[in-house]
Design a protein. Structure first.
Length: 245
């Protein structure tokens, strides 16, 4: 199967690029709505135009097209984080903006449909894991790492990369899994803000050194309930890996 990094045929001509984009757009909507097995190349061509020859030439077939779409949709999710201008933000405010943008992106219905789709096909197509991780979670962590790297003097006992990984897990695990498995969905903006504020307060308590300008700021005014329940509960909350086999 042709690799997507090597597929330059889509970019050789403006017409070819537009054709590829049309195929991706149509196929993405069909895959998200009907699943991988519920969509054939004929279904895609009927709506996008073109031919099977073009799809095989540009993407290597249905599986290659599917992987290309996963990459593109993951890029779309991360775009909202990359668009943030945090150049004048302090650490606490910047983390809050990133946390809110990430939470809204991963709880979007299209992302949830994509997440379910990838999970459902991961055993059948082991190659789907690499593009999903590279264009999805790993790219999100890179964005968090770049911001944290600008404030590395305030990190306590962790590198920017380690801090980004921990924070990413803390922000995504609970609400994302609730939504994916239908336990909880349709949370409003106030719920998201409280979840992000509580998560960041725990993260800052564990991994961020106080700054003189913010010593009485973010983590005191937004102290979550978890920090008021006692030392044992606080330690557990600060370590997202504790208790995981």
């Amino acid at each position: 199967m042709a690799t997507h990094d090597d597929q330059t045929s889509c970019r050789r001509t403006e017409r070819g690029e537009k054709r590829c984009e049309r195929v991706r757009a149509v196929a993405a909507e069909l895959f998200l709505k009907h699943g991988y097995d519920g969509v054939s190349l004929d279904d895609i061509i009927a709506q996008s135009g073109g031919s099977k020859t073009n799809i095989y030439s540009h993407f290597g077939g249905k599986e290659g097209l599917f992987i290309s779409i996963v990459e593109r949709l993951c890029d779309d999710v991360n775009a909202s984080l990359k668009m943030l201008d945090l150049s004048n933000s302090n650490l606490e405010d910047g983390l809050r903006e990133l946390g809110l943008a990430l939470e809204r992106a991963i709880l979007d219905k299209r992302h949830l449909a994509l997440y379910r789709l990838v999970i459902g096909q991961s055993e059948r197509f082991p190659d789907i894991g690499r593009p999903w991780m590279e264009h999805g979670p790993n790219e999100t962590r890179k964005t968090l790492t770049r911001f944290l790297d600008g404030h590395r003097r305030r990190l306590r006992g962790v590198t920017p990369e380690q801090a980004a990984t921990i924070l990413h897990k803390m922000l995504t695990w609970d609400y994302l899994n609730r939504a994916v498995f239908g336990v909880q969905f349709g949370v409003d903006s106030s719920d998201i803000e409280k979840y992000v504020d509580d998560t960041l307060a725990l993260f800052i308590q564990g991994y961020i050194q106080p700054d003189e300008l913010t010593r009485e700021g973010f983590h005191k005014s937004r102290e979550p309930d978890a920090l008021r329940t006692g030392p044992e509960d606080s330690v557990t909350a600060l370590n997202p890996l504790q208790g995981v086999p």
